[in-house]
Design a protein around this ligand. Structure first.
Ligand SMILES: Cc1cc2nc3c(=O)[nH]c(=O)nc-3n(C[C@H](O)[C@H](O)[C@H](O)COP(=O)(O)O)c2cc1C
Length: 197
């Protein structure tokens, strides 16, 4: 399996409307594939404007927010492509689409890095951020996964949030917990959420 980088991908439509969403970029040599499941505005955007920015968010609420209906995060102009990037990022890449592999389920767009840039120092890993990331991905697959398995995994990840989260990570976790509780009747709200957000 190739390395996958979880990033915030931005694209724009033919009319210039911004779309911001978390995507796992699949590394292929020095290129990165973005592979959106249909239907996704990202597909039409990349067909119309073949560039995307991919950022490492400095606040995990951006990832949790995007999968819980909170997509309005500040962006900044990119250096070399006509697509803005997430503003609050450790760093970002600017990519040009150089190949498209069409598919009825999940087309793929090969992005070539035309520019990359660091914005702030990365000072250490945090387990709660990783836990929120895993929970965010699980929350986009609730319709495809077994509910008991999802809940067992979430309760495992919740331990890291309880032990190592700051206020932003707690808030991000609770956004996802609320989404899961709404979707899965068997999830008990009280035991999935954490205090202090
Ligand atoms: C960390 C992370 C990585 C994701 N990677 C992908 C991906 O590679 N492909 C995909 O279709 N969805 C992926 N998703 C789910 C999408 O972000 C989510 O389904 C989103 O709502 C799709 O938005 P769109 O349909 O507006 O483009 C990912 C979610 C998270 C949290």
């Amino acid at each position: 399996m190739p390395l996958i980088l979880e990033t915030i991908v931005t694209t724009v439509s033919a009319h210039g409307a911004l779309h911001l969403v978390p995507f796992g970029l699949i590394r292929d040599g020095e290129d990165f594939w973005v592979a959106p499941f249909r239907p996704s505005p990202t597909i039409a955007n990349l067909e119309a404007v073949p560039f995307f920015a991919a950022a490492a968010p400095a606040d995990v609420r951006v990832i949790a927010g995007c999968v819980t209906g909170r997509r309005d995060w500040p962006t900044a102009a990119s250096r070399t492509i006509p697509v803005p990037r997430l503003a609050d990022a450790y760093g970002h890449m600017e990519l040009q689409v150089v190949e498209v592999r069409d598919d009825p389920v999940r087309p793929r767009f090969r992005g070539r890095v035309v520019h990359d840039e660091a914005h702030r120092p990365f000072l250490g890993h945090n387990r709660a951020v990783n836990a929120v990331l895993e929970a965010a991905i699980l929350s986009t697959r609730l319709h495809r996964l077994n509910a008991e398995t999802v809940l067992a995994e979430l309760h495992h990840h919740r331990i890291a949030v309880e032990k190592t989260a700051g206020p932003a990570e707690r808030e991000a976790w609770n956004w996802i917990a609320a989404k899961v509780v709404a979707a899965l009747p068997q999830a008990a709200a009280a035991s999935l959420a954490v205090d202090g957000a």
